[in-house]
Design a protein. Structure first.
Length: 403
């Protein structure tokens, strides 16, 4: 089987996902095209340089519908002979795009791919596409559906995480993100966003709140308490599924959950021959990929079983991994991962995560792979694992190793 290598990773800064956010005027296609153009220019990609552009985005309606991947190619400077594939695995869409591209290379279906994703959450709101698992009673009742925030609180209740535990992880995320920016740790991958006149719109993650501390977080209201306890009363649904729990402990707030943001990211993947053709040096080998389905009610525990799976498939142990990127969808997701594998926080999300910088759904999986690679290089470590929880009960993971 052919090895698949990462040759380049880039991302945009993340803008606040609302009308006054810096990226609000930019469409999903244009933001994606900017990433594609940057990869083309940085790597001298000419003609039919890659087999396909595989692009993740979650809310595939309106301007994010209609095979956004192909639209982005046509809006970019890439040759029109390059096709595009839009995919959706919820929050892992960007990672699944990378994994799919890598496995296409490994299987011999083309020498090179561009993979990544985008989400303009301020322009196309999360949930605006509808979802049968949430709105079709015949499915929702059978699966004991609850919203993700309730699922995060179920994890906290089931595994014993307190509000202070969640807030402490959030403060660490903010502090680490601030330190990373001050130390220019993202410089290799960040591509500033410019308007049609070439004027810079955003060059820095906009969502960050570096002044965050335990006291300020302690004053925030539990975000999912009302929907759990009052109307529509999702706690009752959860307790039917998990009757051993006396009640759901609602610990998650806007401060210890991921931020709603706009952003895009891309990864250039290819075989050894691809690199030789374009004069490129590989930065890492994609050693293993994995995905798995999990309990759809607690929903967000996927990083644990998918990590067990990917390690087994790769013939590795958790001790073989030097650094981890575990998407900070909610504090309890990361806390559970560290608890399950007895992994110290010092090697998890060392440059902050989605709590501090935001979670642009379709792009995040590609972002954390790029962040992981940059940090492996900066800290002179060898092997990293990136993983995400996924809506409806799934998990995805990628192991990369420097070359």
């Amino acid at each position: 089987m052919t090895d698949a290598y990462i040759y380049d990773t880039i991302r945009t800064p993340r803008g606040k996902g609302r009308k006054d956010g810096a990226l609000h005027e930019v469409t999903s296609a244009k933001l994606s095209a900017g990433v594609l153009n940057a990869l083309k220019a940085r790597n001298n990609l000419e003609g039919h340089a890659v087999e396909d552009v595989i692009w993740g985005n979650v809310t595939q309606v309106k301007e994010q519908g209609g095979c956004l991947a192909r639209t982005a190619v046509l809006a970019s400077d890439l040759d029109q002979s390059i096709p595009g594939l839009a995919i959706n695995r919820f929050c892992a869409s960007g990672m699944e795009a990378v994994n799919l591209a890598a496995n296409q290379v490994r299987g011999g279906a083309g020498m090179g791919y561009i993979a990544g994703g985008v989400e303009m959450m301020g322009r196309v709101p999360m949930g605006s596409d509808g979802a049968a698992i949430a709105v079709d009673p015949s499915i929702a009742m059978d699966t004991y559906f609850v919203p993700q925030g309730i699922s995060a609180d179920i994890i906290a209740t089931e595994y014993g995480f307190s509000r202070d535990d969640a807030d402490a992880l959030a403060v660490a995320s903010q502090n680490r993100a601030e330190a990373a920016w001050k130390d220019n740790r993202f410089a290799k991958s960040i591509v500033p966003v410019k308007d049609q006149n070439g004027l810079e719109i955003l060059a820095h993650d906009e969502y960050m709140r570096p002044q965050t501390d335990m006291q300020s977080l302690g004053g925030l209201k539990a975000a999912f308490k009302d929907m759990g306890e009052v109307m529509p009363g999702f706690d009752k649904v959860a307790l039917m599924k998990y009757p051993h729990l006396e009640r759901i402990n609602h610990i998650h707030t806007a401060g210890n959950s991921s931020g709603i943001v706009d952003g895009a990211a891309g990864v250039l993947i290819g075989s050894k021959e691809f690199g030789e053709k374009f004069g490129l040096k590989p930065r890492a080998r994609i050693r293993q990929t994995a995905k798995i389905g999990t309990d759809p009610t607690i929903m967000l525990t996927g990083p644990v079983p998918v990590t067990h799976k990917i390690l087994e498939d790769a013939g590795m142990a958790i001790s073989d991994i030097d650094l981890f990127e575990v998407n900070e969808a909610f504090s309890s997701v990361v806390l559970r991962f560290m608890q399950a594998f007895n992994v110290d926080h010092s090697v998890v999300n060392v440059n902050g995560g989605s709590i501090a910088m935001g979670h642009p759904l379709g792009a995040t999986g590609a972002i954390i792979i790029g962040t992981l690679l940059d940090e492996l290089e900066r800290s002179d470590k060898e092997v990293g694992l990136a993983t995400l929880c996924i809506a409806s009960g799934m998990g995805a993971a990628t192991i990369i190793e420097r070359v």
